[in-house]
Design a protein. Structure first.
Length: 205
């Protein structure tokens, strides 16, 4: 019997917790404009936290091998689907706010296009996160899709929190987290390259 904190049952547990959080925020903050704005803020930060786990799963395993990092890598696909659930719930929260505000809801064309592309890529990544669809897509195209989607989502979070940090100091830790995650991936990539090149260097000497 599968444990609820790993494999596909993890997605069910995460989804239930995410929905419960939505209900809790609405119950405490209300369903008027301030309440829905709070719900949008909470849902995007929860979504970002799960995204970070997916984004740094392999890099942290390179530098800090252990039970937790092994769990991250083993359940990276399920965490990715859990992130999709969280991020589509966030989209639903934005739609609720837009419906409430009507003509008073404003969104820039750049945000609409960039965020729209992020959701298209996320939907495609989610659809191909299962063995059958991944085989149908093929290893090369699967890798290209998931890499492009992962980094485009990083771009969306990075621009949001970087510009947000310039306006509100409360966003500084989030900006540091998103840029730190990229730095960690680059460091892990360089470490893997150095490790792969080491035997050839020794042999040549």
């Amino acid at each position: 019997m599968s444990k609820p904190w790993q494999g596909w049952p993890l997605v069910g547990v995460a989804s239930a917790l995410l929905v419960a959080l939505q209900v809790a925020v609405l119950a405490t903050a209300g369903t008027d404009e301030p309440g829905l704005r709070e719900l949008v803020r909470v849902s995007v930060r929860v979504s970002f936290a799960i995204f970070l786990l997916v984004f740094v799963a392999r890099p942290v395993r390179v530098f800090w091998p252990g039970l937790f990092t092994r769990w991250l890598v083993r359940n990276r696909r399920q965490l990715g689907v859990s992130f999709a659930v969280a991020h589509f719930l966030h989209l639903g929260d934005i739609v609720l706010l837009a419906l409430l505000l009507g003509d008073g809801f404003e969104i820039s064309p750049v945000t609409l296009l960039g965020g729209g592309l992020a959701y298209v890529l996320l939907a495609a990544m989610t659809a191909t996160s299962f063995d059958r669809t991944a085989r149908w897509l093929g290893p090369r195209r699967w890798k290209r899709l998931h890499r492009a989607g992962l980094y485009w989502l990083w771009v969306i979070f990075a621009q949001s929190y970087t510009f947000g940090a310039l306006q509100k100091p409360i966003n500084v830790p989030l900006a540091l987290a998103v840029w730190g995650a990229l730095a960690l991936r680059i460091a892990a990539w360089r470490a893997r390259r150095a490790s792969a090149a080491a035997p050839a260097t020794v042999h040549a000497g």
